[in-house]
Design a protein around this ligand. Structure first.
Ligand SMILES: Nc1nc2c(ncn2[C@@H]2O[C@H](COP(=O)(O)OP(=O)(O)OP(=O)(O)O)[C@@H](O)[C@H]2O)c(=O)[nH]1
Ligand SMILES: [Mg+2]
Length: 348
């Protein structure tokens, strides 16, 4: 009987092995096809990718500007009114729009420009200039290492996703990265960050749901010191219902950072969702009152025509935009650069 079982098992084993062999061959073929597809897909350059991400803003703003400029025979007050309307619709903000068109009018007069088609170049230059006025750097303030990056913002704006992408980018630059799961509001938030830490290859420090966020950051700092990590990125909760709660929680975290990690360069990144347009500006105003924001990450630029909000953030609030999210994938986060951004919007 045992012999039979053995025989049956042996035959069965052979059959299974054959099947597995065939299946793995099939899988291998599929995988190779897939790899071929990936290889054949043209890789987009940095600027092409930014341009693709800003497609909707470019269509809403620049394509409309082009058709307005074409429809005018001369430069007059009405042309400026039309331009203002387009800029405001693209969420550049009223104050910033006025500033841009004032500067534009002055230059048109001074340089005796009469051709409407010349206005586009001037507009581009004017926008770059007012964005650069604050003089603040658009690069991450993380040198010399080690550095700590606190990521704040209301819920759903893209904090956790940005942390995952940023960790991936920094790992690619051979930096040692630790992520601290400071959003302890719900278990799912910790799991989501765990997933991103696996994808990016960064270490994760987490406590369980409901734990004190400041305690998580404290442990993150101890781990960063012990493991000699370069950059500690900290997630925070977006679900704090009012300004007082937000202030209390963030202050507690800042105190831990000041006390435990004074040697680290500090960056406080406010994440804003570009699709919310002027609402993003209001959020930025509130956070600026509550803490010292050192930079902005503007996410979801790929899904909106409201990309003009970058201009207002830079010029009206003096907040340097440091990173932009142009998709949901791990490599869809780019360092922000004023010239590239303006070129990507205007270069249609
Ligand atoms: N299209 C697009 N989607 C994005 C981008 N960044 C984030 N998202 C999406 O936005 C949604 C919310 O992102 P999260 O990272 O969970 O946002 P969060 O701020 O951590 O949210 P809470 O933890 O709830 O406060 C997810 O579905 C992300 O995939 C982006 O640049 N482009
Ligand atoms: Mg989150």
């Amino acid at each position: 009987m045992f012999k039979n079982i053995f025989k049956w098992n042996k035959e069965d084993k052979e059959k299974i092995e054959k099947k597995v062999d065939n299946e793995s061959l099939l899988k291998k073929d599929e995988q190779e096809d897939e790899e071929e597809k990936i290889e054949k897909k043209p890789t987009l350059s940095f600027l092409d990718k930014l341009k693709a991400g800003l497609d909707k803003t470019r269509k809403g703003m620049t394509d409309r500007i082009d058709s307005i400029l074409k429809s005018y025979g001369k430069i007059d007050e009405e042309l400026f009114d039309d331009l203002e309307e387009i800029l405001v619709t693209a969420d550049v903000g009223i104050n910033t729009t006025m500033k841009i068109t004032e500067g534009l009018k002055e230059r048109v007069k001074k340089e005796k420009i009469t051709e409407p088609k010349m206005v586009k170049k001037l507009l581009k230059e004017e926008i770059k200039e007012i964005m650069k006025e604050s003089g603040k750097k658009n690069t991450l303030n993380i040198k010399p290492l080690p550095a700590i990056i606190l990521v704040v913002g209301v819920n759903g704006v893209g904090k956790t996703t940005t942390i995952g992408k940023l960790a991936y980018n920094l790992k690619k630059e051979s930096k040692k990265v630790i992520i601290a799961a400071g959003d302890t509001f719900r278990a799912a938030a910790i799991e989501q960050l765990e997933e991103w830490s696996n994808r990016s290859g960064a270490d994760l420090i987490s406590h369980s749901e409901g734990a004190d966020p400041a305690a998580v950051i404290y442990d993150g700092i101890q781990a960063a010191k012990a493991r000699k990590s370069d950059i500690l990125i900290c997630d925070t909760a977006g679900r704090l219902h009012n300004k007082k709660n937000l202030m209390n929680e963030l202050n507690k975290i800042f105190r831990v950072v000041e006390g435990e990690y004074p040697e680290a360069k500090k960056e406080v990144l406010l994440v804003l969702d570009a699709t919310t347009g002027q609402n993003a500006i209001s959020q930025a105003k509130v956070f600026k009152e509550v803490c010292d924001i050192t930079g902005v990450v503007l996410t979801k630029l790929d899904g909106t025509a409201k990309g003009g909000v970058v201009i207002a953030l830079q010029s009206e609030l003096g907040l340097p935009v440091k990173l932009v999210g142009i998709g949901e994938k791990i490599d869809d986060l780019q360092q922000f650069n004023i010239d590239d951004f303006v070129e990507a919007i205007f270069n249609n």
